[in-house]
Write a protein that binds this ligand. Sequence first.
Ligand code: ADP
Ligand code: MG
Length: 708
Amino acid sequence: MGKRLVELAEIEVTRLKGVGEQKAKGLDELGIHTVLDLLMHYPRRYIDRTNEALIRELAVGEEAMVLATVKRVEARRTRQKRTMVQVDVTDGSGYLRCTFFNQPWREKQLKAGTQAVFYGKLEVFQGRKQMTNPVVDLIGDRTGKIVPIYPQSEKAALTTWELGGWVEEALRRAGELDDPVPMDVLDRFDLVSRDAALRGIHVPESGDEANVARRRLVFDELLRLQLVLVRRKRDLERTSVGIRHDLSGDLVRRFHEKLPFPLTGAQRRAIAEIEQDLAAPVPMHRLLQGDVGAGKTLVAVSALLVAVQGGHQGALMAPTEVLAEQHHLGLKALLEGFSLSSEGDLFGERPLRVELLTNRTTAAQRTKLGERLAAGEVDIVVGTHALIQDKVAFKSLGVAVIDEQHRFGVEQRAALRDKGEAVPDVLVMTATPIPRTAAMTVYGDLDVSVLDELPPGRTPITTVWARGPLEEEAAWVRVREEVAAGHQAYVVAPLIEESEKLEVRSAQETHEQLQHGELAGLRLALLHGKIPAKEKEPVMDAFRRGDIDVLVATTVIEVGVDVPNATVMVILDADRFGIAQLHQLRGRVGRGAAVSWCYLMGGGNTPDSEERLGALERTTDGFELAEVDLELRGEGTIMGTRQKGRNDLRLASLRRDKEWVAKARDVAFQLVDGGLDRYPQLEEELDVLLPEGDEDAEAAATEFLFKS
Ligand code: ADP
Ligand code: MG
């Protein structure tokens, strides 16, 4: 028996040789307090000293990494009062000048004689090879074929050499480490032992060894995360009593028969998956993913009707009042003329009742509706997400559908549980396509159904990126032509993230300009987030009726608005939106049989606009776009909120390690269902590395998704 990894979490780094108060402070800055922290501080790259680039051989424009010794340092001020530190270095083959702007500490850090690795793009300035603001790694006088380069902080001033030395000492003194993952799993995926992996990542003999080690450690990270998620899923299933819905009624069948079109294969599959969940004693917790227009509403209604035909009630919740109202109208139209058998009624039948409950419902109406819900006189209630959090008492809520909500967390589920002794089945719907493996992580405790097929007869939307003024003019001509042909259009005003006020103003200005310019003579209306709900609704109504030709709006139209007669969308400053958001916006057109267009204006201002806007021109497949999105989002561009708390996902990256997510998830199910208590070391690791369980796993999963 070797040591357990978590034992190392109890040993302070100060126990290592040479870690005094000063060094401990530096380590603290890197988040390293214990020996375990140190061993999980993995190298960010390696230099292969058998294969080093020589300064003499570097080509201009090339990204290169050179190991060199500092010869001379000089600090100055530029005319713009910026500090400039010039460091001349050599590797024996030639000289290189590294110029640092606004990094005054470099003067102290890079004293003559210091050995360091410089990583940057080679330029030539005044006939001299130079790099501007290269990445610097101090390595001290370390020898060895493969030198690990550790992430360092500027201020800590610890060399990669020092870190490597402590790591080696820690590995030596720890001795052999136990492996908590069962042998058969390791064999199945051809993974090396934990012990070999930790040694291999820190002191590899070859690049290959480092890769093999990395693979094992990535697997461990993903497995731990999946274990937390799967365990949570199973716990919830075990501790809640659900409703076994009766599938024998004929309401759902009648509903499907009355539709003017057949269900798509994907809809039938999703409905079957949901019905299986509904009939089971365990409460359903399922995510329905489907691109805009894929027909999620019918799937949702089918689920609600299963509840209703068995004598229970259904609730449909939307993120905004406008959407709730729209769903309410839609459901009423779909369910018009349906009746239920009823004992209390003379004819044994009563109409199916669908009601709306939002903040605009008056207090008196609310009381009345509450009474009817409690008495079971309302079958389906449509409202905002607040519906389940409010003190609404149902007679028997059987199925809750939540539209356009990406997270339906533990808290909300607890609220649902309090509604009665039996927990209603929950279906969460989203039109945000997420690649499968990402969904497994972020929604690790949900089951997922996917509508990956659009109803037939849709004319695909033609998307045009208007790259110049001529194309822009053509777009406005198209808007006028479509309106002349009796259709309608959306214009999306520039997104201004910094301030809603500015965004509103920009929408107002856009409206003004178009009304007096490109779209003069057409009936324009304006919609933005600062317009009170009371005034918004008449505008939406008028647009739905066709009394407005062009709706100029901010992204308030992003989700769910459904006006099939709208056939053109113009998105201004399209470059400011992300792929996912553009795709969502575009989904507002192409909802009817008529040919539709989407024009993306502006762009070319960011380096990847070609890829982003180009991808939208090329495809309307949301899942394909989601993959492109993921590919494009490089490290650091996404969230400023990274590095919050402790994160167990240090090595794993969704881009590089996609295939391992599914493998880890399979294993997690196998281990949890076989009894996780048979693996006390794994359980213990979850406690130590993902201590707060739920939220931490959630945060880690989300971060993982956004990290490159
Ligand atoms: P989503 O909510 O997924 O964006 P909706 O449920 O609003 O999509 O459906 C979009 C449109 O497609 C609606 O007008 C709906 O009537 C229509 N629709 C749904 N399913 C089908 C189908 N199987 N065949 C034809 N049209 C369908
Ligand atoms: Mg919808």
